[in-house]
Ligand binder design. Sequence first.
Ligand code: MF3
Ligand code: CO
Ligand code: CO
Length: 268
Amino acid sequence: MTDIQQKIQELKAAGKEMPAPEMIKNAEQIDKIRLAGKLNTAALDLVAKNIKIGIKTEELDRLVYEFLIQHGGRPADLAYMGYPKSICTSVNDEICHGVPNDYALKNGDIVNVDITTELNGYYADASRMFIVGRANKRATDLVNITRECLKRGIAAAQAWANVGDIGAAVSAMAYKHGYSIMKEYGGHGVGIEMHEDPFICHVGKKGQGMVLVPGMIITVEPMINEGTDEWYEDTENGWTVYTADGKLSAQWENTILITEHGPEILTE
Ligand code: MF3
Ligand code: CO
Ligand code: CO
């Protein structure tokens, strides 16, 4: 038994909530997921290079589709539970799962582009915010503070800490600025499948929830709203999630490997 397995046994015996064996990736799996992460980052870089006033979100979708296929990968979103497109593009009051369409981005829009890449059967998942042209201070503040929420959430993802520590770190930052947090959607295990356990809620209490163990790979992906945390789903496309009050929402996401020496970001 390795030191890590031994420690897991001890903590389990002490009544702590521990990850199931399949939540801990081996070295070969980690290498493959790291490669998927590199390709995913390149796809987001391609979006960064091309996003501009007037471009349609479906044009970004097409670019990413072509790029991933050309590089031997696949957009994991495509056909996932019937999802019709290759990426998610969530604009302004769209919290997540914005479906690319013929909407042309306009000056002042804030847009989250979320990509999940499958490469050789392994998955990595990340998203960034983009400010189209120039946005007002209200919008840029939300984008920047949400990025800081991600950074603090990742910093809390230390080996032998708890999942609740991530939510505690994210929510302390968000609430300090008077923002609200999406609670029903959040981060997740990732790597062998697009969505694995555990669920990573971005609201939490320090010391609560599953213990984070070296070899776990999870996403941290806070969705932060300037107004209410209430939301509704698009009745036409069945996917897009909007803020109930029409106010702005922002999100940043990375795929993280838990290591003895701290969190390692696999998607930047
Ligand atoms: N990338 C999203 C996440 O962060 C999942 C998108 S699923 C889709 O978990 F079907 F909406 F594309
Ligand atoms: Co995700
Ligand atoms: Co994602």
